[in-house]
Design a protein around this ligand. Structure first.
Ligand SMILES: Nc1ncnc2c1ncn2[C@@H]1O[C@H](COP(=O)(O)OP(=O)(O)OP(=O)(O)O)[C@@H](O)[C@H]1O
Ligand SMILES: [Mg+2]
Length: 630
């Protein structure tokens, strides 16, 4: 700023005042000022559009505008240029208002000296630049993906960026001035240590378990920096935190999976050897009974005991193998409903009356391929565990529903796959499972039950059977509240179409369908469903992307499925534009609002009202595609 000329725009209609200011500036020896004067606000605004100025000197009473309004109009059009207001002795109040509204400073006519004027102009420019810089930095902090906050030494939050809002769910308005205790469920034991390291070394970094507004637990990698004031005294703490919740979950799952795999290898090796040992023992025990038919009662009982125990050993070995290798057994297409109702029946007959059972089966559950006996075993093992977890009674819920999993689920769960599944939930209101047990409970022989009460094979059997059914299990548990196991079985949707009498018509023939919907969840589920029925699918999130894709793949696309209510370019415009590109284009219009009459006039179109079932979607698409052949 020093070496260059400072360009000043003076908006002042009084020639005498203008003259005076000009002369004051000329007298300054160290700085060169270039002053340009206009006598109307309107001409000032025009000049500002044509040219850049470093600072504006503004008289508030001008021929075309008066008072505070003069400032407000200029300020709204010249946000980035510092403004210094000049005013007469008697209207200083207006000038003060102007400063409150964003002017950098004000000068009173007749009291201005050269020094005062120069100082005012230079400070105005500097302050404006500093303000801009701060605004830029604040904007940068807001686009950072890490949660960034500043707290004072008492823990009160002074700064809270957008990512902190996203991560914790609290808005800046709500947390500023509050203490950061709201991020913690309990006071953390390592907090004191962290603080003393921070004061000692100026920084601390480590992992913290925190809670969000909705009570969800998040794990963050947090870096703290001690900020000091000019006297080098600690003033506040800058905290930058990265959300590692998903990463941690995956890591834990990965370790568990690795451990299970090594246990599996160990178990199957051991089982194999044990089988070789037990087989001759069992054979000998049986042979001896045949060889010595006249043995006395006592000795016969000894041999019988030997035989029974060898058999028990063999059964145990078989069960361990089941965990390691999955189970064999014939599988057929089946419905889960009767199996679940049967399990419920057994529970009601045999469980204590203090346990209430609750069963929810969604209508029209998909079918799956499986072995009924083994599946029954899975449900019983989980229900028995639930019973044991509720010694004082409670509620045991079994539920089943159809679910579509998208790629997102696979990012937080190692075992999960995208696709259509039947989800069976077994939930109890019992003791819950502490984290240490949660990590190990699927291992064979892991039990927390007294000797004789549990062998620890229940859940490992569940895993073995799930494995051989191509499914997977997830668990969530709250200590003191209860536990929920979710079993996911791959659905056989195609088999369902047998019920529609005409499977050939419903299944596609590799036709390419373009699905246009602004809701990702709907796009994903439609894609999964259509692909299960042998259609190929392209997706677009709005009309513009749809047109782009349609132009690229026009020859291959058989049908376009368009949501009528989209924010960027609505369904109607999308459809009419598609028809301009190709008058023969086949359309299925989807909407919860418009009636079919709106699309009735459109050639080659069908209408699918929301909400629709999987079958309605497939049926409409298949009919529309067939129509295109006609
Ligand atoms: N619903 C549940 N609530 C609380 N803890 C559970 C629940 N299900 C399983 N567990 C814990 O997991 C452990 C292992 O369960 P698993 O079914 O494999 O063996 P077990 O029930 O101890 O013995 P087994 O099933 O062979 O009779 C249990 O001992 C228990 O600590
Ligand atoms: Mg059990």
């Amino acid at each position: 700023m020093n070496d260059q000329m400072i360009k000043v725009l003076l908006i002042e209609d009084n020639p005498g005042d203008a003259r005076l200011l000009q002369e004051l500036l000329m007298d300054v020896p160290s700085v060169a000022f270039g002053l340009e004067q206009v006598d109307r606000l309107s001409s000032g605004l025009t000049r500002l559009q044509e040219d850049n100025f470093d600072v504006i000197l503004l008289d508030l009473s001008l021929p075309d505008t008066q008072g505070l309004e003069t400032f407000v109009t200029l300020y709204s059009r010249a946000r980035n240029t510092p403004i210094v207001v000049i005013t007469g002795l008697n209207d200083e109040t207006v000038a003060i208002h102007a400063v409150q509204a964003g002017a950098q400073d004000y000068l009173v006519k007749d009291q201005v000296t050269g020094d005062v004027l120069v100082r005012s102009l230079r400070y105005a420019i500097e302050r404006k630049r500093a303000e801009q810089k701060i605004r830029e930095q604040a904007a940068l902090l807001d686009i950072a993906t890490d949660a960034i906050l500043v707290r004072d030494l008492e823990g009160r939050i002074l700064f809270w960026n957008k990512s902190a809002e996203r991560l914790y769910g609290w808005s800046a308005d709500h947390v500023l001035g509050e203490t950061d205790e709201l991020l913690y469920q309990h006071p953390l034991p390592q907090f004191q240590d962290a603080q003393s390291i921070l004061f000692d070394q100026g920084e601390w970094s480590g992992e913290l378990h925190q809670v969000t507004k909705s009570g969800e637990e998040v794990v963050v990698e947090s870096r703290w920096t001690l900020m000091r004031d000019d006297d080098h005294k600690p003033k506040s703490i800058l905290v930058v935190s990265t959300d590692v919740t998903d990463k941690k979950k995956l890591e834990a799952q990965f370790l568990r999976a690795q451990r299970m795999e090594s246990i599996g290898t160990l178990a199957s090796g051991l089982a194999h050897d044990l089988n070789n040992i037990l087989t001759p023992v069992l054979a000998t025990a049986q042979l001896l009974q045949i060889k010595f038919p006249h043995l006395d009662e006592h000795n016969r009982r000894l041999l019988k005991t030997m035989e029974i125990n060898a058999k028990r050993g063999a059964a145990l070995v078989k069960q361990v193998l089941l965990f390691a290798r999955g189970v064999e057994g014939e599988q057929a297409v089946l419905h889960l409903e009767p199996l679940i109702l049967e399990t419920q029946h057994v529970m009601e007959e045999t469980f204590p009356k203090s346990i209430t059972t609750d069963t929810h089966l969604s209508p029209a559950l998909w079918t799956m391929t499986g072995n009924a006996t083994q599946l029954h075993q899975v449900f019983m093992n989980l229900c028995v565990n639930a019973r044991d977890a509720m010694p004082g009674g409670g509620t045991l819920t079994i539920a089943a529903e159809n679910v579509l999993l998208d790629e997102k689920c696979t990012q937080t769960n190692l075992d999960a796959k995208a696709g259509s599944f039947i989800k069976v939930t077994v939930a109890d209101t019992g003791t819950g499972i502490p984290p240490g047990t949660l990590d190990r409970m699927f291992e064979p022989f892991f039990t927390t039950k007294e000797i004789g009460k549990g062998t620890g094979l229940g859940l490992s059997t569940v895993i073995g059977i799930m494995k051989s059914h191509g499914g997977f299990v997830t668990v969530s548990s709250d200590v003191g509240r209860g536990t929920q196991f979710d079993l996911f079985f791959p659905a056989v949707i195609a088999a369902k179409s047998e019920e529609t009498n005409d499977p050939e018509i419903l299944a596609g023939n590799n036709e390419l369908v373009l699905v246009v919907d602004d809701e990702a969840a709907i796009r994903d589920s439609n894609k999964v469903l259509l692909e299960a029925y042998n259609y190929q699918v392209l997706t677009a999130c709005d009309g513009i992307e749809a047109l782009d894709l349609y132009i690229k793949h026009k020859d291959k696309i058989s049908l376009v499925l368009v949501d009528m209510m989209m924010p960027v370019m609505d369904g109607e415009i999308t459809i009419s534009t598609l028809q301009k590109i190709n008058p023969q284009v086949k359309i299925v219009a989807v909407s919860g609002l418009v009636s079919s009459s709106q699309t009735a006039g459109v050639a080659n179109s069908a209408f699918l009202p929301k909400p629709y079932t999987a079958e309605e979607l497939i049926r409409t698409v298949s009919q529309a595609c067939r129509a295109s052949l006609a």
